[in-house]
Design a protein around this ligand. Structure first.
Ligand code: GLN
Length: 465
């Protein structure tokens, strides 16, 4: 009830696209009965959670923040949602996002932008000095609604999705813990795809130890997703006394990227020093193909988008245009009415890259570059580095006004410079809030680990926290 009340009180954030009040109260009552009988289902029994609106939820609308799916109600739950429900967690609602998870600001959904809860906190208000309505900052994206939900205490955990940074970016900007697990460790069944070869369900919580509990419940093989792998170990609690002494922390020199704010850089050095003082070895390392990652991602992402969006033709799912002069005309106007600019732009460029005469030049080349990017990480980890420490975003959260004034797509792509390479390599990474900027907004740092070493990664993250 407290969470549901807070959702009402924080409606101005636009974090939720639907609130499942009746269902939540019913689930909560059942959980309470189990607790009173002394038979709880485990650590998540009765715990309220929120889900990004691109995960299918049975009998609950799933819109992907698109006019195309405005009225779509799936007949089944995504595997990760089902697992949380099976453990007694209570679904409070579906969260706002960029349309079909394309973006880095949560400013490009069909139902309005998400506002970062920190816009209304005292330190930022003092700094901004202006009326809250004209001066607020973005939540990051594309899982901005999920990050805002956790940051504003309307849920204890939230699911996001992470294809190029969409869980870690809003996690950093809203000051919550945001984990992108190893590709394949969590099932994508029921997650409406953006880029199948990079998509991973992401976990947002208030603490690293909470993220570990949720990961332990969600991880593992799913017969409905052929890319899933068995969990390397059952994961419950993280070791309390984890010691970073003698660990090797890598600092990728290419991540000193243009646009990195002084404050974020200072925070990055500060935490590196902390590691050193605790007896870890901090080493400058090189990931030389980082510079190609944004363009490479763009080609691969748009190509997969072009293919994934083909199913939205007015016949099978969601919106259908009234235009009925021919089948082709119905397709065309359905897609014109259903998708906004960003999605349509990616479909166009993706189809261009996929043309027979362009395929070798764009797709095949991008796949080769992707391999080089993945190999960069492999080399670093096989040379003895345990985890990499990097910023998550270039700066703290931008004002909505500034973010939307600039060429949004370019800005959005630059924002992902520290997060996208990780998705191309399929590695686990976590963003941890470490400080507030002078503007009173959260700054997050990212840890990246070798494939399937999610537990070790979280142990180091907990040490920072
Ligand atoms: N910003 C990236 C994009 O727009 C990543 C999005 C994501 O991770 N879903 O494609």
């Amino acid at each position: 009830r407290k969470c549901l009340n807070r959702i009402k009180k924080t409606q101005h954030l636009n974090a939720f696209l639907s609130v499942t009040e009746d269902l939540a109260l019913k689930q909560a009552q059942e959980a309470e009965a189990r607790l009173l009988q002394g038979t709880p289902k485990g650590p998540l029994d009765g715990i309220p959670f929120a889900v990004k609106d691109n995960f299918c939820t049975k009998n609950v609308k799933t819109t992907c923040a698109s006019r195309m799916l405005r009225d779509y109600t799936p007949p089944y739950n995504a595997t990760v949602v089902q697992k949380l429900l099976d453990h007694g967690a209570v679904l409070v609602g579906k969260t706002n996002m960029d349309e079909f998870a394309m973006g880095s600001g949560s400013t490009d959904g069909a139902f309005g932008p998400v506002r970062n809860p920190w816009s209304y906190a005292a330190p930022y208000r003092e700094h901004a000095g202006a009326a809250p309505d004209s001066d607020w900052v973005i939540a990051g994206g594309s899982s901005g609604g999920s990050a805002a939900a956790v940051a504003s205490f309307t849920s204890y955990l939230a699911l996001g999705s992470d294809t190029g940074g969409s869980t870690r970016n809003p996690g950093a900007l809203c000051g919550v813990v945001a984990l992108k697990p190893t590709y394949g460790l969590l099932s994508r069944h029921g997650l409406i795809p953006l880029v199948n070869s990079m998509d991973v369900p992401g976990i947002m919580t208030r603490s690293v130890s909470d993220a570990a509990i949720v990961l332990g419940i969600l991880q593992g093989l799913d017969i409905r997703d052929s890319t899933t792998v068995p969990a390397p170990s059952p994961l419950t609690e993280l070791p309390e006394d984890f010691d970073v002494k003698n660990m090797c922390i890598g600092i990728p020199k290419e991540y000193h990227a243009p646009g990195l704010s002084e404050e974020t850089l200072a925070q990055w050095s500060h935490v590196a020093d902390m590691f050193e003082r605790a007896g870890a070895r901090v080493e400058l390392v090189s990931l030389p193909h980082t510079q190609y990652s944004i363009v490479c991602y763009r080609v691969l992402c748009h190509a997969e988008v072009a293919s994934n969006m083909a199913r939205f033709d007015g016949l099978e799912y969601g919106h259908r245009s009234q235009v009925d002069s021919s089948t082709e005309a119905m397709y065309a106007s359905t897609r014109h009415e259903g998708f906004a600019d960003v999605v349509r732009g990616r479909i166009l460029s993706g189809n261009y890259f996929l043309l027979k005469q362009n395929y070798q030049h764009y797709i095949v080349k991008a796949q080769k570059v992707r391999r080089l990017i993945a190999n960069d990480f492999k080399h670093v980890f096989s040379s003895g580095v345990d985890v990499l420490l990097t910023p998550t975003t270039l700066t703290d959260a931008a004002r909505y006004y500034d973010f939307t004034q600039e060429d949004n797509q370019t800005r959005s792509a630059q924002e992902d410079v520290f997060t996208q390479p990780v998705n191309m390599a399929g590695l686990p990474a976590v963003s941890v809030p470490t400080a507030l900027s002078r503007r009173g907004l959260p700054i997050g740092l990212q840890l990246i680990g070798p494939a399937l070493q999610d537990k070790k990664l979280l142990s180091v993250a907990q040490w920072i926290e």
